[in-house]
Design a protein around this ligand. Sequence first.
Ligand code: IVH
Length: 680
Amino acid sequence: MDRIIAQKRIEELTRILRENSRLYYVENAPVISDYEFDMLMHELESLEADFPEFAAPDSPTRRVGSDSEAGFAKVAHKYPMLSLANTYSITEVEEFAARAEKSLNQAFDWCCELKFDGTAICLTYRKGVLVQALTRGDGVVGDDVTANALRISNIPHRLKGSGYPDEFEIRGEILMPYESFDRLNREREESEEAPFANPRNAASGSLKLQDSAEVARRGLMCTLYHIPAGQVDFPTHDEALRAAESWGLPVSEHRRLCRGIAEVEEFIGHWDTARKQLPFPTDGIVLKINELAFQRQLGYTAKSPRWAVAYKFKAEQALTPVLSIDYQVGRTGAVTPVANLEPVFISGTMVRRATLVNEDQMRQLDLHEGDWVYVEKGGEIIPKITGTDPSRRAPGARVPVFPSVCPDCGTPLVRTEGEAKWFCPNTDSCPTQIRGRLLHFVSRKAMNILAGDATVQQLYDLGLVRMPSDLYRLHPMQLLTLEGWQERSVQRFTDSLKESLQVGFERVLYAVGIRFVGETTARDLARHFGSMDKIASASREELLSVPNIGSVIADSVLDFFSREGNVREIARLRESGLKMEMEGGTETLSGNLDGKTFVISGTYSISRDDMKALIQAHGGRISSSLSARTDYLLAGEKPGPEKMKKAAQLGIAVLDEKALRAMLPSGDAKEEGPLELTLF
Ligand code: IVH
């Protein structure tokens, strides 16, 4: 290659990789796939090998991407936290193995492990007690996330057994299991917060929250896989991990010692399919030389060990044609283009629709009508279109025109600076937005009113309901005259309206649908200010002083309460009897359950979500599985027999609902039916 061209390309790749590394590690919102990123990195590595004079001293090939963020104390790593060389090619794995065999010239084992797709963590135990948790940061200095790590349920605060060094570090990965990821993204979508692109970004974003109680709720897990050299005295990596396991540390059981590359390939072949059954995300296999003496002999490059390599699996993709494009209007007026696809199977599910995200993304993909597109579903709930195949494009295919008016109400769309999306500004009368807001208001996590799509559509079409407050002014007799309604369904609907008056203020705040105010933010705001009036009159500075509230949310809250229609609607909801303040103000929240970890099982007089909120409101923590660190198993009616058995084995106290309520201040201790029950 021409020197000048090589120099230009090296500069370009360096810039692209730096920017994408930032988007990946800091923003937790990558715009290119891991595969594309790795390919660009490999291209840069090979160009720098040919033209070392053009390599920047701080080239991305020599440094690990930095995940460091403001708001956390910076702590230097005792041993640098490195990355791993990676490849998507079995031939390259074979070449790596051949090089290792040649240079060692002695028999050795490979310890083959899963490559966990989360975010790296480094734990320090001193005298058996967890004293520090650091992220990788830039590999040299990490962010101190100890308070958050303490809220991850399978990280032991204290080691068991004996024989552990006085002080040592152990490294691994923080992961978000698919179940937690799906729940988190469902909640975020319900509240129109941007969903996380994949469980890795969700894990990394969650570990960096400023609110440890929220970290506890996110359902993260930890798996450990590396004790930096020289801290423990074992001949092999596998024995070191076994010892860690005996001290109660979470080490993956899915590893195997392999002699020779054929056995390694068997392991890879097995997990290529078997990994799809795992409850957490993995993106490859890591091969490590098992003998620690050989690891020492081979040593490290600036960025990665010479004794290990990662073989990465490609995300599953499919190629299928776009049949048509819908432009969907959300409850906030945001317009999202969605492609209807010729149905295609990816990772075990039939995919019919995929998001095109926004107009810029459509342009970036160079999408034409009827294009064959690559669809990926790497853990994301909404499949994504990652590319087009121009070779299959019909001659004369047109570029789709993004609508200039709202597909529902015809109002010209607007796109303000800094927004990636077009919006329908007709907030007050765009039917889709109105119905979207009503559906949000009645949803389970909001007011939990017995009304779905069809009911909302019917009440809207008949002109009976425009605003949520209209729901509380419907008369049962009026409903009885409507098509499809009988006495029983009217009764159930009006009962659920009545019950919704008992819903706590934080859920009311979530239900009114302030943009960017999801469940968690609503809870933070409600607890901080204590009432709707205080939130409505809060200044920007006051809003910004609440943990986890940034300028986007603060501005959205200010904008909401600056609109006369919203203020009027809040007043009407107040008249209907909805709770507009925390019961008895914020001070009734007690610390009676401070520091206590609960696992809950069975059913209660209130919903499980409400029970969790009740425990958390009094300072308790919820964990999904029983461990030595669980303080109580809260057994409602019909608790899980496995949980009861395990609690007995571990000697964990079992409480029933009455016993729990006896631990709370009198407000929450009274035994009442679900309707009269006050949460806070
Ligand atoms: S060993 C000195 N083992 O992958 C190297 N890393 O892409 C220590 N990872 O930075 C790392 N699973 O965050 C190792 N079984 C495993 C792993 C693993 C995932 C992560 C780790 C590393 C990254 C490199």
